[in-house]
Design a protein around this ligand. Structure first.
Ligand code: 5GP
Ligand code: ZN
Length: 146
């Protein structure tokens, strides 16, 4: 994608402070960090949202998030971190190339938990929760070991 900022970073056409690279994944510091060490983790191939990412690059991306999170936290002496994807414009995604945010957090940073990102919480009764769980479990299929 020629006009994608993150594809241009992957291609080396736009500079970035790269902190990690493997065959499928690149990670670099966010240019407008919410905290010191704020890192973005992307698949090198252009996919807009998570549903478009095939299994293998998806697994590599999440593996890199898992690998990098404690490294980023240690680098800035953080007390914790929020890990998140703004997945789709409705969720606040501005750069249309899938990316995970690793945002280091500090005891006294005045920030909020990830619960603060959504709008008004729904008031769902037990039947509605049961039906939702059934729908999602049916769609997810059976992954228990044989
Ligand atoms: P989104 O809202 O799409 O999840 O977040 C996009 C993130 O990309 C923002 O946190 C923004 O600061 C970051 N960003 C946007 N353009 C650039 C850029 O050219 N370089 C880097 N390193 N980060 C960028
Ligand atoms: Zn892209």
């Amino acid at each position: 994608m020629d006009d994608c900022i993150f594809c241009q970073i992957v291609a080396g056409d736009i500079p970035a402070r790269v902190v990690y690279e493997d065959e499928d994944v690149l990670a670099f510091l966010d240019a407008n960090p919410l905290a010191p060490g704020h890192t973005l983790v992307i698949p090198k191939t252009h996919y807009e949202t998570l549903d478009e990412v095939p299994p293998e690059p998806g697994e590599m991306m999440f593996a890199a998030v898992h690998y990098l999170t404690p490294i980023v936290e240690d680098a800035v002496d953080a007390d914790g971190s929020n890990i998140g994807f703004n997945n789709g414009a409705a969720a606040g995604q501005e750069v249309p190339h899938v990316h995970g945010h690793i945002v280091p957090r500090f005891e006294d940073d005045g920030g909020s938990p990830i619960h603060a990102v959504a709008g008004s919480p729904p008031d769902l009764d037990d039947d509605e929760l049961d039906a939702l769980a059934d729908d999602i479990a049916d769609a997810a299929g059976d992954h228990t070991p044989d």
